[in-house]
Design a binder for this molecule. Structure first.
Ligand code: SF4
Ligand code: SF4
Length: 451
């Protein structure tokens, strides 16, 4: 595939050993109409398309992906959308067959599927379990929150259908994680959302994604009214659905204060895991908080490859896998520059920041405000990141020390329990919102102590 010296000065040994492709077999097509979904508008990039990945392309993709990971111990085949289950089960059965055909000796293949969950049936449950799929299911919280924006084409809430899909996964013992977007309707209800996901959804792996819906002066009124102009990463206006610049941080702190007292080691919150990894100097799982990025590309239904799922725009198109090998595009100068720019375009304010080692300036897509030093291109979510990373500095340091001394990070819960026992009921809550301990995160701690 990639010839020695075939990419300018790049050689096989310079090419990444592993990378992540989000493949969209139905393109942007979805059976739902979630109001904040930037991806639905991407249908406009392919006028007249049937939005179904053809069989020959599916084969080309699997073959190339597995070959490109020949030097890695594991390869992830990740399907998402749009809504990938619209392809029907046969597409995924075929994918498993192709993986068997093209896998190298000893190569581990992990399949993942990101879905809105509404089309899952027992037949899906049996298949997903049999083939060890890890399924991501999108749930935004309890019914009133979930149904605010996650609606179908008739603008009806989808909560019941999603919970039915989740029940399929649980019934069949499929591994799943929950993806929750944080926005104007749930940004102030962190602990409640977290408890719902943990207690009602049985989730033990959680991903939180902040909704930052950019618009220009021209597109804002249309976007706010629910129309979908082609979504591009441009403009410095925000739709009314977007999470506030400090709100995401408050949400994370609200969740953290619950998690750190009860759930270390039993519930994995991707943001907390990544933060701990950065504190310990290990690679984290979230590209947003890595120094550079560029190893997470998006594949459209027709074989077009883009720099990132958030940059499916003509100027970030790397090529098409029918014409260029996947690995060549991932390793191309254009894509390496895309990933390196994450570091190279940091504002001076970020470079001076105490928590830069944990934050790394956030995702470039969110860098459209002016920094406190007056520089353009600063991250809109900076107030959230500063507040969160500063809030968790001490517990992250303590967990890092536990890890370094071969102890389980969950021992931190004992530290919190001892400190909470000494806290007065009318003391300010540790989450910092200004409520009394007994009326905030200490409410249950106090009740449990009394019981
Ligand atoms: S642009 Fe943002 S979402 Fe895309 S790979 Fe880079 S950090 Fe990740
Ligand atoms: S917290 Fe703000 S200033 Fe610090 S690295 Fe992140 S975005 Fe930059």
């Amino acid at each position: 595939m990639l010839a020695e010296g075939g990419l300018g000065l790049l050689t096989v040994k310079d090419a990444p050993r592993a990378f992540h492709v989000m493949a969209k077999p139905t393109g942007a097509t979805c059976n739902l109409d979630c109001e904040y979904c930037f991806f639905l508008s991407k249908e406009m990039l392919y006028p007249g398309s049937r939005f179904r990945m053809a069989e020959h392309l599916q084969e080309q993709y699997i073959a190339q992906l597995l070959e490109a990971h020949a030097r890695a111990p594991e390869v992830v085949v990740a399907w998402q959308g749009g809504e990938p289950t619209l392809m029907g089960l046969d597409f995924f059965r075929r994918s498993i067959e192709l993986e068997r055909r093209y896998a190298r000796p000893g190569q581990q293949v992990l399949n993942t599927l990101q879905t809105n969950g509404t089309l899952l049936t027992d037949e899906w449950g049996v298949f997903l379990k049999e083939h060890g799929f890890l399924v991501g299911i999108s749930i935004d919280g309890p019914r009133d929150i979930h149904d605010t924006y996650r609606v179908d084409k008739g603008q009806k809430g989808t909560f019941d259908r999603v919970m039915r899909g989740l029940a399929v996964l649980r019934r069949h013992g499929v591994d799943y994680n929950v993806l929750t977007t944080i926005h104007a309707a749930n940004g102030h209800r962190g602990r409640e959302v977290y408890r719902f996901l943990r207690d009602e959804c049985g989730a033990t792996f959680l991903q939180f994604i902040p909704i930052v819906e950019r618009a220009t002066m021209a597109t804002l009124p249309i976007a706010n009214a629910g129309w979908r102009p082609l979504y591009l990463q441009e403009g410095d206006r925000l739709t009314h659905r977007s999470v506030g610049p400090a709100q995401y941080g408050r949400f994370l702190i609200d969740v953290f204060e619950e998690w750190v007292r009860r759930d270390i080691g039993s519930v994995y919150v991707q943001m907390f895991d990544t933060t701990l990894a950065n504190w310990a100097g290990e690679p984290g799982a979230i590209c947003v908080h890595s120094e550079t990025c560029g190893l997470q590309v998006a594949l459209e239904h027709n074989g077009d490859l883009y720099s990132c799922d958030h940059f499916v725009e003509p100027r970030y198109r790397l090529g098409n896998i029918r014409e260029l090998p996947l690995l060549d595009m991932v390793a191309s100068p254009q894509q390496r520059k895309f990933g390196q720019d994450k570091l190279d375009t940091l504002t001076e304010y970020c470079r001076d920041c105490d928590v830069r080692f944990a934050c790394h300036g956030g995702c470039p897509k969110d860098r459209f405000v002016t920094s406190p030093y007056g520089e353009p291109g600063h991250n809109y979510l900076c107030p959230s990141y500063q507040a969160f990373f500063q809030h968790v500095a001490r517990p992250m340091r303590l967990m890092t020390e536990l890890l370094r001394s071969n102890q389980a990070p969950r021992k931190l819960m004992d530290v919190y329990a001892a400190e909470d026992a000494k806290r007065g009921r009318n003391d300010p809550c540790t989450c910092g919102v200004g409520r009394k301990w007994k009326r905030c995160h200490g409410g249950d701690v106090g009740r449990e102590a009394i019981a």
